[in-house]
Design a protein around this ligand. Sequence first.
Ligand code: NAP
Length: 460
Amino acid sequence: MAHLVNYIYIVSAALFILSLKWMNSPATARRGVFSGEIGMLMAIAGTLLAHQVFNWQWIFAAFLIGTAVGIPIAYIMPMTAVPQRTAMSHACGALAAALVGTAEFYREPNQPKYILVALMIETLLGFLTFTGSLMAMGKLQEVLPQRPITYRNQNFINLGLFALAAALGVRLILVPTDTWIFPVFAGLALVFGVLLIIPIGGADMPTVIALLNSYAGLSACAMGFVLDNKLLVIAGALDGSSGLILSIIMCKAMNRSFANVLFGAFGQLQTKAGHAEQRPVRSASAEEAASILEASSSVIIAPGYGLAVAQAQHKIRELFDALMRRGVDVKFAIHPVAGRMPGHMNVLLAEADIPYDRLYGMEDINSEFAQCDVALVIGANDVTNPVARYDKSSPIYGMPILDVDKARSVMVIKRSMRPGFAGIDNDLYYLDKTLMLFGDAKAFVTEILKELPVLAAPTV
Ligand code: NAP
């Protein structure tokens, strides 16, 4: 039986690795999800086979409760709420790891030292990730204030608290029979999770969630050592490292450092917004926009967070079809941090079956803007803001952007002159070549579509 379980674990680990690989591209992402699911099913089956003696009724009850909660959440939660749903998953995973560690500790405090080291890491990371993820979820759901909450000597207090928890963990490793210390250790880890997230603005939560994902993975990896389960070590390490890589990619795409995200209190800048609203902008109607689009030979669409809010992806697909049918070359420019989570735009556009080969990453498309007739910005703001190139005082200075301002003309669909995520005005809107198309993305594109057949009629 032990051999069979080992084989199951090897296949399962391979499926997890392939799953991550396949999720790298929209074309293979579904296969990636499926192989991850099969891998997890095999991992559970293998573990049940390996431990023949257990209480079936508890496992079955947990399975039923998890399914009853998980399935409705998957359907009810809108796409825009995926970051907070992910935070909730991490909170649950981390709590599970921390509770398993706690149970193991009380079951047998006198374990080999290396097991105790893993157990302390597991519980410390598990408990802090639990409360940290709940805080992140609360901020994203706007149940908690989005603003960074800061006070004097905050970093010093936080680090002091973490150091105290770590010191108690060391003490427990050295003298495990001092079991009374464990609740204090766990309590400090829980409080540290809250304090870690308080000074971070709601806007930075997606990056923080990727980091918390990494902590939850490392906690699970340590749990693998405690339970002597090799698959858990592999899966936890994959989870931990992929979360870390993701947060590094996000920081790079925003030109921010980890320290700036964790300690920079980004998001306290809203007062700057509105300064430049006195500057004149040119606006246009759906009818005018339709005629410009139809007269052009190449259009690059730059989608952003507003597309997700408006759920305009299906209408954009119709616009894409309508223009392509008229011989207009339409491409999509995808900024790595457009929207509020990695791959946000890819997922939305894939939902509307927009062909993958029409989706271009920032590096690939930026050189094409100069030759394109119209850059159509739909619900994107920061990722198109040219101040990132020249205004050193701007919070987005240095962030790579989509070069939409280099196109022959620019049209921007958004509801108002309100700023986006970074809370700053966008110089793009004041260029002579820019036309503002004020309105909800879905409603405005629908209006443009109504105009297109009428305009097209004489040429057919
Ligand atoms: P953005 O800068 O937040 O701007 C979105 C714009 O969409 C807003 O200015 C808003 O203007 C407009 N909008 C909202 N609802 C709309 C609707 N129904 N119809 C039309 N427009 C609508 O978004 P972005 O350009 O996609 O940039 C993403 C930002 O998020 C970046 O600053 C990035 O650093 C940050 N971020 C991204 C991630 C990630 O993983 N993707 C993670 C963390 C942070 P109105 O209110 O005037 O309509």
